[in-house]
Every structure is written in C-alpha cells, then in structure tokens.
Design a protein around this ligand. Sequence first.
Ligand SMILES: *Cc1c(COP(=O)(O)O)cnc(C)c1O
Length: 412
Amino acid sequence: MPTNENLTNEHPTFVTHLECGMEGDHYEADTLHGLSKAGKPLLVRYDLDAIKNTITKEDLANRPADLWRYREFLPVRKKENIVSLGEIHTPIIPLPKLAAGKGELLVKDEGRLPTGSFKARGLCMAVSMAKELGITKVAMPTNGNAGAALAAYGSRAGMESYIFCPDDTPTINIREIAAQGAKVWSVNGLINDCGRIVGQGKEAMRWFDFSTLKEPYRIEGKKTMGLELADQLGWKVPDVIFYPTGGGTGLIGMWKAFNELTKIGWLNGKLPRMVAVQATGCAPIVKAYEDGIEHAPLWQNAHTVAAGIRVPIAVGDFLILRAIRESRGFAIAVDDNSISAGLDEVSKKEGLLLCPEGAATYAAYRQSLEKGLISPDETAVLFNCATGLKYELPPADDTLDCTLPINYQELG
Ligand SMILES: *Cc1c(COP(=O)(O)O)cnc(C)c1O
C-alpha cells in the first residue's frame, strides 16, 4: 500500500477490503462491485491503524479546506482519477434567533457545493472510483439532485450518463441534468419505478448501476460530511444531528465517519444522536423505527414537497436503522405544512433560504423539543442539503408603474 506522499501519481489509500453491510463477508478492493451476494450495500473498510500512524490532525489542518483533505479516509488510489469540481468545505451557520435554549442551533449549509447539493460529495467519489475502475457508461434513478451531480461529474470524467426521474421532479433539476450533458427522461412513476428501468436495462445497455447504495463509494463521499463537521468543530461533535433521510447515504456515511474517527482516537466520548427526518407522506424509516423492525417495507402512495426525501423503499434501510439505534437517536416525520412554515420562518428571521428537505429538519427540531425528545440545552446540527434556489418559490408579484407618480408612503 503506497503511503509515501512523494510518489508521483499515487494517492495514498488505506482500503483493505469491502464488506457486506448485512452479512459481513469480504470483497476485494480495487475491483468492480455492485451489491453484495446477499443483495445488500457494501461498506469500504480501511486499515485504520495505518491511517493513525500516517497522518495527524495538524497535517490535515495544513491542507486546503475541501473534501480531498481527508484523502487517507477515502478510496481513490490514483490522483489522476480524481474528478473534482471544487468540493469546498461548507459553512456552519448558527441560527441564534431560533435556538431554543443554551444549546446552539447550527445549519450545515450543503447548498454551497458544486451542482448546489450534497449529492456532489457522493457522486464525485463514485465517479472518481468508476473512472479508476474503467467504467464508461452509468445509469441512475433520481429525484433530481443526484442526477444533476452525476451529469456534471460524469461529463467531466468523459462518461455517458443515463438518468431517469419521476415526472414530478422539479423542472430545474431535469433541465440541469440535460444541460450538463446527460441523457434524461421523466418517468410516470416514483423513484423505485425508475430504479426498475435501470435494473432491467443495464445488461442490454452495458450500464453500471449508480442507484443509491448499489455501488459502494457514494457512502464514502457522503462520509466526508461527518469528517468535515468534526474537523470544523475542533474534533468535537454536536449532541444531535437532524438529517433529512431518503436513501440514507448521508446518515450511514456520517455514522461511519464518527466510528472511524473514534477508532483512531480523534474523537473521544459521546457521539451525536442521529435523527432521521422524513415527511409524513413518505416515512418508511420512521415507521420501521417505531415498529422496532430492521427493514422498512415499501411506503405506499409516497408524496411530499420535499422531493429529495421522497424515497418509498431504501436498500440501506437496515444500515439507517442501525445508525439511529446505535447512536440512541430517533426517527421523526413532519408534514408538508410544517416544512413550508419552517422554510418561511428560517428565511424571514435568519436570512437563510433552506431547501424543503433542510426545512424539514428545522420543523423536526421544533417538534422534537415540544415532544421532549431533545433538550433546549443541546447543540443541534441541521443539514440543509441543497440550495433553496433550486426549488419553486412562492410568487412575489407586486408591480410599480414608473411612468406615474409613486406614493412612497404606500411602500412602507
Ligand atoms: C438526496 C437528498 C436527500 C436525502 O439524502 P440521502 O442521503 O439519500 O438520504 C435530502 N435532501 C436533498 C435535497 C437531497 O437531494
């Protein structure tokens, strides 16, 4: 394993193998994999002792503030395979007017990333690994943001991408995907119907299936949310993290990050409680959490304004539920009215325009306080996963006729 930073083209990596998230059986690193034999997501494993002996927190602090700062914790072996559009650290923005008590209320604003959402983290890693492993054609079902990120990184890597969206995906997302060079179709069904199209077409079309968690590396990209958050907070973690949960990649990835950091001794003590936030119109994980079961059955008639979390069935359900339970967190559903009200409140009072999924975490924060699930003295981090500008905004149609005298008093 190359650990010498001076090696010209090698990118130090410490991957030992991949492991089925369910059965724990091992798979070889540096070869092409989809799901495990059991049909479950694969998790990338590292030689954590070697990482610990190779780098220090100080080494990292001297590197640029971006996702690649954490390269020893990431799977890409050759620098030349890194496909990047500038994955900067995203800011942590306090909401002092809305915090409930002594605890801070913080928003990790992921809308600042390339393609305007945190899907960039997962897709820059997955596309870089696909490039390293010689893949040239990929396909994906998406509610919008993942497809946009795949289109961008895929085009940059010179790959062909084929993308299938439910027909109620926001128009801006579909156009963004097309503008960034992918082939894209609206499908009269939900994301799982789009997933079926990919699954059934992949042999004939020689597509590599980029569906959420059906390739192993998106989790590693999303894992950087946990590494970055801890780094930004001085290698400390908040009491509780509210995460808008669709396929759950980010929640699984962050929990993996915190555990890896604990194993190398960079985090000591209590880890954050992980809270999965869903919409009442599509809450399979919340239901499975409440029912005390390990897998979440398909949610019928899924609907919510928060398109990113409209995921009726998740192949990584057991990993999401495991992270919630191991962290002593919980799962909570909020309705579309409280999502809209939350969006309005945060943008009008604090000047931060959230996406609906981000607004769902704020609504969940409020409801968790009311229900006594968290205390006002705890520090909470909300994940705003995309820029609010990618979504339809309420109309604002006041007009002025500049050819007539203006009554300025009436503008007040
Ligand atoms: C994809 C997405 C989510 C859900 O993320 P997962 O990690 O797949 O659960 C939430 N919000 C937005 C805006 C998204 O694009």
